[in-house]
Design a binder for this molecule. Structure first.
Ligand code: FES
Ligand code: FES
Length: 175
């Protein structure tokens, strides 16, 4: 798929970039100061990643950039030129929830849900490197993501459950 978005006349502070988001390529003309989170949400309509602190503290904006979890409020869109990005919208396939989504649902790992997209993207990257984590390791792996609602207990349950599901799907736990 291909989509194109441009706003205004290009000037010296603007750049042509290409972002592939959830397997869809987007070509944009973007200001050099524009953050990736705002580009994803406002220019491209991927509103799954949320804006919380805009200062790398809360993790609500976390997406995968070339396969690794990053806080998209800490990256300029121009720095992500030619990158493959996955947002929470890219997890479900053909209407079927990703195991981490079904686990958060089953374990009641959310209340308001504001932190949830970022939690899930961080947890998946964590599980790639820790396919069979202890509860303490899960808590440590998620320490860069803040939740003001749940007390984290059910989030840890959800990540534990996801690890088990992924191990059944693919021994070794690839997310
Ligand atoms: S909005 Fe990016 S870390 Fe809080
Ligand atoms: S569920 Fe509300 S901030 Fe985490």
């Amino acid at each position: 798929m291909f989509s194109e978005y441009m706003y205004g006349e290009k000037n010296m502070s603007e750049h042509d970039i290409t972002l592939t988001v959830n397997n869809t390529e987007h070509k944009l003309v973007i200001e050099s100061r524009r953050l990736l989170i705002h580009t994803l949400r406002d220019e491209l309509g991927y509103t799954g990643p949320n804006v919380g602190c805009e200062s790398s503290l809360c993790g609500a904006c976390t997406v995968h950039l070339n396969g690794s979890a990053v806080k998209s409020c800490t990256i300029l869109a121009v720095q992500a030129n030619n990158a493959d990005i996955t947002t929470v919208e890219g997890l479900a396939q053909h209407g079927t929830l990703h195991p981490i989504q079904s686990s958060f649902q089953e374990e009641h790992g959310l209340q308001c849900g504001y932190c949830t997209p970022g939690m899930m993207m961080t947890a998946l990257d964590f599980l790639k490197h820790h396919p069979n984590p202890s509860r303490d390791e899960i808590r440590e792996g998620l320490e860069g993501n803040l939740c003001r609602c749940t007390g984290y207990h059910n989030i840890v349950n959800a990540v534990e459950s996801t690890a088990k599901k992924l191990a059944e799907i693919s021994p070794g736990g690839a997310a």
